[in-house]
Design a protein around this ligand. Structure first.
Ligand code: ADP
Ligand code: ZN
Length: 636
């Protein structure tokens, strides 16, 4: 709370200066102003003026006499002032001189009123002004820091209650598609909130906190809302970053306030989104900067200890960086239950598409299963976006409903960007891109263990891709074998290989393929233990598994050199394999590349039809690979 004193000090200075200014005005300026209007004169002058009958008006006051002289009309009247003498005949003489004379009737303003006017009113004005400035200042500093300065403002404590939203949108479990395991897990909490007695009788305690863990956009917020919706209890929501304030202690105050409100409204759900913003590991070596976050976290830990779930307050929190959370937060008694909310599988994707498709008008030809297969790896949020994009595209094309083609195109938009309508490729470039893409497709189709080709296109996209080959899996798959990974690397090499075979030169178009092939080869060796030289040893630590899966190396520089060599050897080997496949099928490569060059986009069926046209293929490999291989891939 010493923060409060610091904020008050400049304000004290302000008040002192204000008082000083008042003093000066009252003591010096005002009398000087008055004086300048009145000239002093001697009593003799006054007497003379009466004698000479030049006197005009006289006002006799308590301690002085004010008078003016007769003047020619037009010139300014000057008021003279003189001291008052004990002069009993003054009235007679004035009467004889013909002057108009008065004495003060109204006494000077009562001292009380003049005190009010001279001191209290100005102070009041300054006070209001100062209060206004201070309020503006603090507002611009962020937050409602008034709670620290209410020595002046008075009783403007926590006003952050607005942040906690009571959900009224009534989301139910049925609105969250897929995520069956998560729903099952959370169902228990719903049952508990509805009827705590059956649990208390047996002595079972509900977990105080449940951590929803998963990649962004998988529906963690939705699930939390759905729990509140199903149990029909209030829902308090706040994002972790909202707790972190400019002043140390503010975040802690907010936590305290949040829990106070929650306890009043119990039973209820408190949802903290992005909890890693406050719940990250505390480390001692860090100098400064983190005080606020740590205090907030400490307050959160204290609050969680301070109640038990029999109060009916259950805390749900979401994060996509569970490994970065402070262990104190994840220990039993706090967030002791962890519910994974993973990316949806094929069935889940199909269900999510259906849930969101309810809101738009669709034509009868829509095949959700196919769309779901094409959108492998997409999160719930992305799928929602795909459906919306399809509806937008339908409107753009002047239709009243969205079609299968709209959905497929919007997947490509989400993955590869919009079509570049006016990017003009030279004939040569277009031919190179055709060969490149067909090279990918052929190498994929002529190996076993690869996903079937769904579409090949050489229409440039805003993402920079000049064309791509889309492969789509038939079903789900959870394990990838060494052979499948090798086949995928070969497929990635197929584009460059086709260019080499046809044009005897290489282009920059393969950069993305090279990057991905290298990454796969490296992962095979370093993470999956798939090389004979190194065996089952992991050389890297995966961090942020839900956010792209960055990894850090854990091996000696010598080993690193050997790994690099092994990666090069592995990719080269697959490159050779791809070239061999294409050389053996050069006629098909030419035929399909020409076909693609003319059409610009061909479907997987067209591709397979041309490929299978002559039964006597030189290479008798399986052209219809088994289901369940690599996820949908795009080869630029
Ligand atoms: P998270 O909190 O995991 O980042 P959200 O819960 O905010 O994700 O989800 C974002 C949006 O994505 C939701 O508003 C919803 O439209 C859509 N969404 C995500 N997952 C699902 C799902 N399983 N079922 C239906 N819609 C989903
Ligand atoms: Zn490519």
């Amino acid at each position: 709370m010493n923060e409060g004193k610091d904020t008050r000090r400049p304000l004290m200075t302000f008040w002192l200066i204000a008082l000083l200014v008042l003093f000066i005005i009252n003591l010096f300026v005002q009398p000087m102003y008055e004086k300048s209007q009145i000239k002093s004169a001697s009593y003799t002058d006054f007497m003379n003026a009466i004698e000479n009958r030049t006197i005009d008006k006289v006002e006799v006051e308590d301690n002085k006499i004010l008078f003016s002289l007769k003047t020619d009309s037009g010139s300014d009247e000057i008021i003279y002032e003189t001291g008052k003498l004990d002069d009993p005949e003054l009235v007679d003489r004035l009467y004889n001189s013909g002057a108009t004379f008065t004495s003060e009737i109204v006494e000077q303003q009562s001292p009380f009123v003049s005190f009010l006017l001279a001191w209290v009113l100005p102070i009041l004005v300054f006070f209001l002004l100062g209060y206004w400035i201070q309020k503006r200042m603090l507002k611009s500093l962020g937050g409602d820091a008034m709670s620290f300065t209410n020595g002046l403002g008075g009783g403007l404590g926590k006003s952050n209650a607005k942040v906690y939203v009571k959900s009224s949108d009534g989301i139910r479990f049925s609105d969250v598609a897929g995520e069956e395991e998560a729903k099952e897990n959370l169902q228990e909490i719903v049952t508990y909130l509805k009827d705590p007695k059956q649990y208390q009788e047996i002595g079972a305690k509900m977990p105080k906190g449940v951590l929803l863990v998963g990649p962004p956009g998988t529906g963690k917020t939705m699930l939390a809302k759905a729990v509140a919706g199903e149990a029909n209890v209030p829902f308090f929501s706040m994002s972790g970053s909202e707790f972190v304030e400019m002043f140390v202690g503010m975040g802690a105050a907010k936590v305290r306030d949040l829990f106070k409100q929650a306890k009043e409204k119990a039973p209820c759900i408190v949802f903290i989104d992005e909890i890693d913003a406050i719940g990250g590991k505390r480390n001692s070596g860090n100098l400064g900067g983190n005080d606020e976050r740590e205090q907030t976290l400490n307050q959160l830990l204290t609050e969680m200890d301070g109640f038990d779930s029999s109060n009916g307050v259950i805390i749900l929190a979401a994060t996509n960086r569970p490994e970065s959370l402070d262990p104190a937060l994840t220990r039993p008694g706090r967030f002791d239950r962890r519910v994974p909310v993973e990316l949806p599988d094929l069935k889940g994707r199909e269900d999510i598409l259906k849930v969101h498709a309810k809101n738009i008008r669709l034509s009868g030809d829509v095949d959700f299963n196919k769309v779901a297969r094409m959108a492998a790896g997409a999160s719930g949020a992305e799928l929602a976006n795909i459906v919306n994009e399809a509806a937008l595209r339908a409107v753009r094309n002047g239709r009243k409903f969205a079609t299968q083609a709209d959905l497929e195109e919007s997947i490509e938009v989400v993955i590869a960007g919009y079509q570049k309508k006016n990017a003009i490729l030279s004939t040569k470039e277009k031919l190179i891109v055709s060969y490149h893409e067909v090279g990918h497709a052929l190498v994929a189709a002529l190996q076993s263990g690869t996903a079937p080709v769904q579409k090949i296109t050489i229409i440039p996209r805003t993402s920079g891709a000049l064309g791509y080959t889309m492969q789509v899996d038939k079903g789900n798959h959870y394990l990838v074998s060494r052979e499948e990974l090798l086949a995928e690397i070969a497929t990635l090499c197929g584009g460059r290989s086709a260019e080499e075979i046809e044009f005897h030169s290489v282009s920059t178009g393969a950069s993305n393929d090279i990057e991905r092939a290298t990454k796969l080869a490296r992962e095979m060796i370093m993470r999956y233990g798939m090389s004979d030289d190194f065996g089952m040893v992991a050389f890297e630590n995966v961090q942020n598994q839900y956010l792209g899966g960055d990894a850090s190396l854990i091996c000696s520089p010598e080993t690193q050199t050997r790994i690099d060599q092994a990666v090069v050897a592995l990719v080269n080997q697959q490159h050779e394999k791809a070239k061999k496949i294409l050389r053996e099928n050069k006629m098909k490569l030419d035929e399909i590349a020409k076909y693609l060059y003319e059409r610009e986009t061909i479907t997987g069926e067209e591709f397979m039809m041309i490929l299978n046209r002559k039964p006597e293929l030189p290479c008798g490999n399986d052209t219809q690979p088994a289901a369940g291989t690599a996820p949908e891939t795009l080869q630029k």
